[in-house]
Design a protein around this ligand. Structure first.
Ligand code: ADP
Length: 429
C-alpha cells in the first residue's frame, strides 16, 4: 500500500501489543505476544527483545514498507543499565514493581521531601542502589535506560535519549525542562539520558533492521512514554477538563489540567502532556470487589434491573482489603459493604453508586488541590461496558460520561508515532 502508517508498540505488565494506524487513526493491523522470560533478570530483557521483533514480524509484509514512524511505551520505572560502548546489559532490568529500600536514605538526603523519587520503586532508587553496590568507580560508559528507551534503542541504535514521562521517576523536572541541580550534581548524573517530549523523532531505523524486516529506510523511531500515559493518549482527550476514568480492578482517574498538582499524601502527581498537565490519582476501590461478590455474567444480568435514575441510599466503601490512599488517605480504612439488602439488584446498585461517589470525590479533591474542574469523562476498563453504571456515574458526577473508543496503550503509542512522523529528526519541540 501507499498510505503512510504509524506503528505503536506497548510493553505492559503481561505482554506486548502493537497497533498500526493511518493518519485518520484507523487501525490497519494489530496483534500481541506474551513474554516468556527464562532464568534471571536478563531473561526479561531477552524476552522483550524477542517479543519486539516477533511483533514486527507479525505485521503483514505488504504493510511494513508503509510504516513512517514507530514509538514504544513501557512500564514506568522499569530500568536497565547498559554499556554504551558495547551495548551490553550491565544490570537489570529492574522491574517497575521491584523495590530498593536500601537506596532510600541516600535518595531522601538529596531530593526534596515527598518527591516522587522518594519511593523504593522509583527509577532513582534503582540507579542509586546499583551505583552503591557495583557502579561507583567502574561505571565507565554505563548509561541508564528505561524499558521503552531500551526497546527503541534496539531499533535506532543511538544512546542517551528518553522522554519526560519516563524520566519523571528518575527525578527529571518536566516544568523546568531539566534535571534539578540536586540530581545533576551527583556522581552518577552522566548516566542520565537527555530528555525530549514523547513522540519526538530520534533517528531512522537501523539499516540491518530495515533490511531484515522490510521496513522503509525513511522510517523514523520516536521517543516513547509510559504504559499508563499511552493508555490515556489512546482516548484522544487532550483538552483541559477532559478526563479518563479507568474502571478495572482498581479505580484510576486522569484529568487534563492547566495547573500542575502534586500531593504525596494522596499519591497524586502530574505528568507533563505537551503544554498541559495530566493529573492522576488511584483508589483501591473498583472491579476487584465486584469480582469477589459476583461473576461477570451476574454483573450483566443484575445490572439490567437497576434503575440508574434513582439514587441508591446505600452508603458503602468497597475495598478488596483494608487501606485507602485516594481520595481519602487512610492506610487503616476498613472495607464497608454492610448492610447487605436481600435483593442482589439493590446491593449491586448500592455498590456501583458508592464507587461513583468515590470517583466524584476524587475529581473534587483534584479540583480542591488546584486542578482544572472536570467537564467530561471517558471510561476505560471492564467497568466501561456497563451502561447502567455509566448512567449512574453521569448523575453522580454531573458531567457527560462516555466509553472511550480506544483504550489500548499500543494505540496511544501509535498516536505518538503519528505525532513524530511530521517532524524533522533532531529538531526539539
Ligand atoms: P484489570 O485489567 O485492572 O484487571 P479490566 O479492565 O480487565 O481490569 O476490568 C476487569 C474488571 O471489570 C473486573 O474487576 C470486573 O469486576 C469488572 N467488570 C466486568 N464486567 C463488568 C460489568 N458488566 N459491570 C461492572 N464491572 C464489570
Amino acid at each position: 500500500g501507499t498510505t503512510p502508517l504509524y506503528l505503536g508498540i506497548d510493553f505492559g505488565t503481561s505482554g506486548a501489543r502493537y497497533a498500526l494506524i493511518d493518519r485518520q487513526g484507523a487501525i490497519h493491523s494489530e496483534g500481541k505476544r506474551p513474554y516468556s522470560p527464562v532464568g534471571d533478570a536478563a531473561g526479561w530483557a531477552s524476552s522483550w527483545r524477542a517479543a519486539l521483533f516477533q511483533l514486527i514480524d507479525d505485521i503483514p509484509p505488504t504493510l511494513r514498507p508503509s510504516i513512517s514512524s514507530i514509538s514504544i511505551d513501557g512500564t514506568s520505572a522499569t530500568t536497565l543499565v547498559v554499556d554504551s560502548e558495547t551495548g551490553e546489559l550491565l544490570a537489570g532490568p529492574f522491574l517497575y514493581n521491584e523495590s530498593f529500600p536500601d537506596a532510600l536514605p541516600a535518595v531522601a538526603s538529596i531530593a526534596p521531601a515527598n518527591h516522587t523519587v522518594c519511593s523504593g520503586t522509583s527509577t532513582l532508587c534503582k540507579l542509586v542502589s546499583w551505583w552503591n553496590a557495583a557502579g561507583g568507580g567502574s561505571a565507565g560508559a554505563a548509561v541508564l535506560m528505561h524499558q521503552s528507551d531500551w526497546l527503541l534503542w534496539l531499533l535506532h541504535g543511538q544512546y542517551g535519549v528518553s522522554d519526560y514521562n519516563n524520566a519523571l521517576k528518575v527525578g527529571y523536572d518536566p516544568e523546568a525542562g531539566a534535571y534539578p541541580s540536586w540530581l545533576a550534581s551527583q556522581p552518577y548524573a552522566p548516566m542520565l539520558p537527555s530528555v525530549r517530549a514523547p513522540g519526538d523523532p530520534i533517528a531512522a531505523v537501523r539499516d540491518d533492521v530495515c533490511s531484515q524486516y522490510g521496513l522503509s529506510k525513511e522510517c523514523v523511531v520516536c521517543t516513547g512514554t509510559t504504559d499508563s500515559i499511552a493508555a490515556f493518549l489512546a482516548a484522544r482527550t487532550s483538552e483541559p477538563g477532559r478526563a479518563v476514568t479507568s474502571l478495572g480492578s482498581t479505580l484510576a482517574i486522569k484529568l487534563v489540567s492547566k495547573v500542575r498538582v502534586d500531593d504525596a499524601r494522596f499519591g497524586v502527581y502530574s505528568h507533563r502532556l505537551d503544554d498541559a498537565w495530566l493529573v492522576g490519582g488511584a483508589s483501591n476501590t473498583g472491579g476487584a470487589v465486584l469480582r469477589q461478590l459476583f461473576t461477570d455474567d451476574q454483573l450483566v444480568a443484575l445490572s439490567r434491573s437497576i434503575d440508574p435514575a434513582a439514587a441508591s441510599p446505600l452508603d458503602y466503601y468497597p475495598l478488596p482489603r483494608k487501606g485507602e490512599r485516594f481520595p481519602v488517605s487512610d492506610p487503616d480504612m476498613a472495607p464497608r459493604l454492610q448492610p447487605r439488602p436481600e435483593s442482589d439488584v439493590e446491593y449491586l446498585h448500592g455498590i456501583l453508586e458508592s464507587i461513583a461517589r468515590i470517583e466524584a470525590k476524587g475529581y473534587n479533591l483534584l479540583r480542591e488541590l488546584g486542578a482544572t474542574a472536570v467537564e467530561e469523562v471517558f471510561t476505560a476498563g471492564g467497568g466501561a461496558q456497563n451502561d447502567k453504571w455509566t448512567a449512574i456515574r453521569e448523575r453522580v458526577l454531573g458531567v457527560p460520561v462516555r466509553k472511550a473508543e480506544q483504550t489500548e496503550a499500543a494505540y496511544g503509542a501509535a498516536l505518538l508515532a503519528l505525532k513524530g512522523a511530521g517532524r524533522r529528526v533532531g529538531v526539539q519541540s
